[in-house]
Design a protein. Structure first.
Length: 236
């Protein structure tokens, strides 16, 4: 079984390069990196600069283990204490900074299309506060004029599976029959946009075809007129 890698492999590799005489192969193997990445760190060519992390201080290595590796370049360093995996079990959903401005649009879409979903469910699904949800519902949000309801799945705020699960649970609690939920237009904004763009493209292609046919007909008539003019001129 492969041994676990350090909690911060690049930072650990940087520290080992700067503070030990271990080979690049040994460092790469212990940190789960490619040897060329370690080589780039040593040559100061890496695109990202990392602050070294001492694996001895963290308990992942001992000084004796490092010395054993320095004495034998073929020795494979052994993890002394595997890092504890940190899992997030509570708190709001994390949303990347680049997506956070899209949250109000996603909330507005859910409020408009699925009013049966509770504020608590929206808060957990989107990763927002109930105050924000209330402000959008009551149109007292500071940026309400610029909020445009958009499918949160299209915005990348949640997955389609998560949204479907929340809607189904809310519908069941509200006593809404499944066919009532499915009966309407269940297409996402993305699907609707694709359909609109496809229709516009087809219309444009049809218009271009008609224009080409008209141009061809006009060219044929012009050629016909020119031929007749030439015949008339020849007869004279």
């Amino acid at each position: 079984m492969a041994q676990p890698t350090p909690l911060m492999p690049h930072a650990t590799a940087t520290w080992l390069v700067d503070n030990t005489a271990l080979s690049f192969e040994q460092i790469a193997d212990f940190c789960g990196l490619h040897i060329l990445e370690v080589q780039a760190m040593a040559d100061d060519l890496a695109g990202s600069k990392y602050t070294g992390r001492d694996p001895v201080h963290s308990g992942e290595l001992t000084q004796a283990e490092i010395e054993r590796g320095q004495a034998d370049p073929e020795y494979r360093l052994q993890m002394q204490q595997a890092p504890v995996e940190v899992t997030r079990t509570k708190g709001p959903r994390y949303t990347p900074v680049s997506k956070r401005q899209d949250k109000p649009d996603g909330i507005a879409w859910i409020l408009r299309n699925h009013p049966e979903v509770s504020d608590a469910q929206v808060s957990k699904l989107i990763g927002t506060t109930r105050n924000t949800i209330t402000a959008i519902r009551e149109r007292t949000h500071w940026n309400i004029q610029n909020i445009q309801p958009k499918d949160p799945v299209t915005l990348g705020l949640c997955s389609q599976r998560e949204l479907d699960a929340v809607v189904a649970k809310a519908a069941k609690r509200a006593g809404i029959q499944a066919e009532d939920v499915v009966g309407g237009d269940t297409r996402s904004d993305k699907e609707k946009l694709i359909e609109e763009l496809r229709a516009e493209r087809n219309a444009a292609e049809s218009a271009a075809t008609e224009a080409a046919q008209e141009a061809e007909a006009e060219a044929w008539l012009a050629a016909k007129r020119a031929a007749k003019a030439d015949e008339a001129a020849g007869s004279e």
